[in-house]
Design a protein around this ligand. Structure first.
Ligand code: SF4
Length: 456
């Protein structure tokens, strides 16, 4: 039996990187370190002693993590690295290694970006690109000794072999630490399957990194339902979020049917694409089974931009999807971006105006993040459109202008009388809106130069 310490380190207070992209949070958003959670469960299944620490959610400093490592004396330390905090990750690894002699394993999407360059840091004993759970187990079991491992995509059999992540959360984490403004609190999340079944949007992190290659891989639906039943019975939760990059209409229907058949009472949400695979009938069933919110990438109100970003939907399909979801009584959390190929002042203004007309429950506006490995990054680099900090800077607008337009968009959308009127008819929403408005006002007052992403 080996001892493994699995760490989601904190870069700075309010900075999160266990979601689909790293960001500053304005409303205390914290997603679970889901991949590390599955990895912890798998190592424990094979009788290794594990500690999972989410320093981001627990606001733990590197000094505290080092203190924990000194006490626990891990044989292996698994660190989920971040783009912005990489030099801190290296320093944390060096100190843990120096004080405990632990081997260091780096994991996460950022391990797919220039792995050779990352490995110039001698402190890294192993670097795993891709889904890292089984390869971490192989390393710890002494079955793989390569310094850089390109993990193959997990098969359905392997996904079914992974333990229930909700049990891992309950054992290692404080569920109260995890909050997302569009979800009921407390919540847990889980994968019913991995990888977006579309997977082609040029800016999207996971399909080009940790879930690169292969297709949408799914768990046995009965196992998913068993886990949901267990979580509802044993955890003090109000909601379950399905972390599949996007839950297809077909998969959502299967899930809804199962929940209804078993009579499970729980609110649930997921990511979805506005590609109309969720028919009105499926959406109705989803609602009946407890689905209350879908997180959807709208991105732009301009069809030419949607085409250029390879979104695979049009403004028309997105409008129809919104109408159908509204009829079914399901809320939409709508994501938009300003700064994709072809963006101008005019297209950005059209997007803001369009967003205001859509009947959605929450908004998110952000400039896209150029991650290496994505076609968006390559396009920016090839055209000389990256600024000194690595942010997008187009001839038509620089990064600061994108940030300013996103702030403007959020202000206009949330203070839009039609939006306020709509939300006032949802009594359960009032508290959430007041809280979001408070955080947003605080953010506007104190944070001028960056913009939150992902679920704020
Ligand atoms: S639909 Fe969403 S998850 Fe899928 S590739 Fe596009 S942005 Fe990524």
């Amino acid at each position: 039996m080996m001892k493994a310490l699995l760490i989601n380190p904190q870069y700075e207070k309010g900075y999160i990187h266990s979601a689909r992209w790293d960001s500053i949070t304005i409303s205390g958003t914290h997603w679970y370190p889901i991949f590390l959670g599955y990895c912890t469960g798998l190592l424990e299944k094979y009788n290794h002693e594990c500690r999972l620490v989410d320093a981001e959610a627990e606001n733990k400093t590197d000094a505290q993590l080092i203190g924990m490592a000194e006490q626990f004396k891990p044989d292996f330390t698994v660190i989920y690295i971040s783009q912005r905090g990489f030099s801190d990750n290296i320093s944390l690894a060096e100190q843990i290694k120096e004080k405990t002699g632990s081997k260091i394993i780096f994991v996460g999407p950022w391990c797919s970006m220039e792995p050779e360059k990352l490995l110039e840091n001698k402190v890294i004993d192993y670097l795993i690109s891709g889904e890292f759970e089984f390869e971490t187990l192989n390393i710890i079991n002494g079955k793989n000794n390569s310094r850089h491992i390109q993990a193959a995509r997990l098969t359905s059999e392997q996904l079914n072999e992974l333990p229930w992540v909700t049990k891992v959360y309950a054992k290692h984490l404080n569920l109260k630490n995890y909050k997302v403004s569009s979800l009921w609190h407390p919540f847990v999340d889980m994968f019913t399957g991995r990888k977006c079944y579309w997977g082609r949007c040029i800016f999207c992190l996971w399909p080009f990194t940790i879930l690169k290659g292969g297709s949408y891989t799914v768990r046995n639906i009965d196992d998913v339902l068993d886990e949901i039943e267990w979580a509802v019975k044993n955890l003090p939760i109000k909601e379950i979020f399905m972390q599949d990059d996007t839950l297809s209409g077909e998969r959502a229907e299967l899930l809804a049917d199962g929940i209804l058949k078993r009579g499970i009472k729980i609110a649930w949400s997921s990511y979805a694409r506005g590609d109309l695979t969720h028919t009105p009938e499926i959406l109705k069933k989803m609602k009946q089974s407890g689905c209350h919110c879908l997180h959807v990438g709208f991105e732009s109100g301009n069809d030419e931009l949607l085409k250029r970003m390879n979104k695979g939907v049009t403004t028309k399909t997105l409008e129809t999807f919104t109408e159908w979801a509204n009829k079914a009584g399901i809320d939409i959390h709508a994501d938009f971006m300003i700064g994709l190929p072809g963006e101008t002042e005019e297209t950005a203004r059209n997007t803001i105006n369009w967003a205001k007309k859509l009947k959605v429950a929450t908004y998110q506006f952000a400039p896209p993040k150029p991650y290496m490995c994505t076609p968006y990054y390559t396009w920016l680099k090839d055209n000389g459109y990256l600024d000194k900090e690595g942010n997008p800077s187009l001839p038509s607008m620089n990064y600061q202008r994108m940030v300013d337009l996103c702030k403007k968009a959020l202000t206009e959308c949330y203070f839009n009388p039609a939006f306020i009127r709509r939300m006032m008819f949802k009594p359960r929403e009032v508290l959430r809106i007041v809280r979001s408005a408070f955080y947003f006002a605080r953010y506007m007052l104190f944070k001028k130069s960056d913009l939150p992403n992902e679920e704020d």
